[in-house]
Design a protein around this ligand. Structure first.
Ligand code: G6P
Length: 364
């Protein structure tokens, strides 16, 4: 199918803005009322361990999924970058399910990691956008993310659709292992059904984010901080920014700030803090104050309760709608994408075709 920009200036913009629709469709492809519609054979009752492997943005989807699988389903999870995984010759104990995430389904390192697991893991799952890809073909079960064709080199809707499928898998695993009641599952699915509406509300913050992005575009270095589920997303936010705006960006777990990166803070380094008002919020606020005490400019992504508690010295706040705690990585991906997009536009880079990068890397 031919895809055009449908009036948007860049494919990336189109792919960001279509997320409410794409996510709604991607979700309905996996739901049958309050049942998650997945292959019969995909049972997690006896899974002792999960190994999640991918590259780039897909790797940060894996890192997010680790939190979900461990917290909701109680399955120990190992994550790795595909190019590191097989050369380490990791032992794969019996009871291991290996799961590979790839938008293209053709990334050479991810495919090689899958082949390494072929005769070692109990079974091989993949989460892909291109259903007829090599990774899909070589998996025991391949689950499509239904994001539609993604053209922008910097992945946006594929990331949120990867998260959507990974979260459904974690819910399924929680049910299979008797850790989630039908009522809790129904609630979780209702929350998911509400996400497209929250994405639309999030898109209304575009003007505020664009304004912050134009200021961020002046900096040489940017730090991203997050805790818990926001930690993998901090990595994804930093990756997006460096891929398309060429600004050096690094992510840290908020709690690691004091173990190194705080030495970098001064008024020239914006610090993007991703922090919904959750159980860990107070700790993040104190990290933020450490940044501000050193002249650092904090750009805070939070919700109304978080904005009220954060105090007045925050440089800029983007207030997002309140969302179920488990779903924050999906919703908070949006301002991270918009920040990178507008910073790149401000710098005049080739947003859809950033220098030196390829959409799919089929060589090692
Ligand atoms: C390339 C792309 C990234 C992508 C990564 C993994 O580096 O530029 O956007 O995240 O490959 O690609 P995959 O198709 O395996 O998800």
């Amino acid at each position: 199918a031919r895809v055009d920009k449908s009036g948007y200036k860049h494919f990336m913009a189109k792919e960001i803005w279509e997320q409410p629709t794409v996510l709604a469709n991607a979700l309905s492809a996996y739901l049958d009322g309050n049942t998650i519609d997945l292959p019969e054979s995909l049972d997690f009752a006896n899974t002792e361990r999960l190994t999640l492997v991918a590259c780039g943005t897909a790797y940060f989807a894996c890192l997010t999924a680790k939190y979900w699988f461990e917290t909701l389903a109680g399955i120990p999870v190992e994550t790795d970058i595909a190019s590191e995984f097989r050369y380490r010759e990791p032992p794969i104990p019996a009871g291991t399910t290996a799961l590979f995430v790839s938008q293209s389904g053709e990334t050479a390192d991810t495919l090689a990691a899958l082949r390494f697991c072929r005769d070692r893991a109990d079974r091989i799952l993949s989460v892909v956008n291109v259903a007829e890809s090599s990774i899909a073909r070589e998996s025991d079960i391949a689950l499509p993310i239904h994001a539609g064709i993604e053209i922008g080199v910097a992945s946006t809707k594929a990331f949120t659709c990867q998260l959507n499928v990974l979260y459904l898998l974690a819910l399924k695993a929680a049910v299979d292992r008797g850790r989630m009641t039908p009522e809790d599952l129904a609630q979780a699915l209702d929350d998911l059904r509400g996400l497209p509406g929250l994405f639309n509300a999030g898109l209304d913050r575009d003007v505020t984010i664009a304004e912050a992005a134009r200021a961020v575009a002046e900096s040489r270095d940017v730090l991203f901080l997050g805790r818990g589920l926001m930690y993998p997303l901090a990595h994804e936010g930093a990756l997006k920014l460096k891929e398309i705006s060429y600004i050096h960006a690094e992510a840290y777990a908020s709690g690691e700030l004091k173990h190194g990166p705080i030495a970098l803070i001064d008024k020239t380094v914006p610090v993007v803090v991703m922090a919904p008002r959750d159980a860990l919020f107070d700790k993040t606020v104190s990290n933020m104050h450490e940044v501000m005490a050193r002249g650092g400019k904090v750009l805070l992504f939070t919700d109304a309760a978080g904005a009220a508690e954060a105090g007045a010295d925050v440089w800029r706040t983007v207030t997002l709608p309140e969302v179920a705690p488990a779903l924050t990585p999906l919703l908070y991906a949006l301002p991270a994408q918009l920040l990178a997009y507008h910073a790149a536009v401000a710098k005049g880079t080739d947003v859809d075709q950033p220098r030196n990068l390829a959409k799919s890397v089929t060589v090692e």
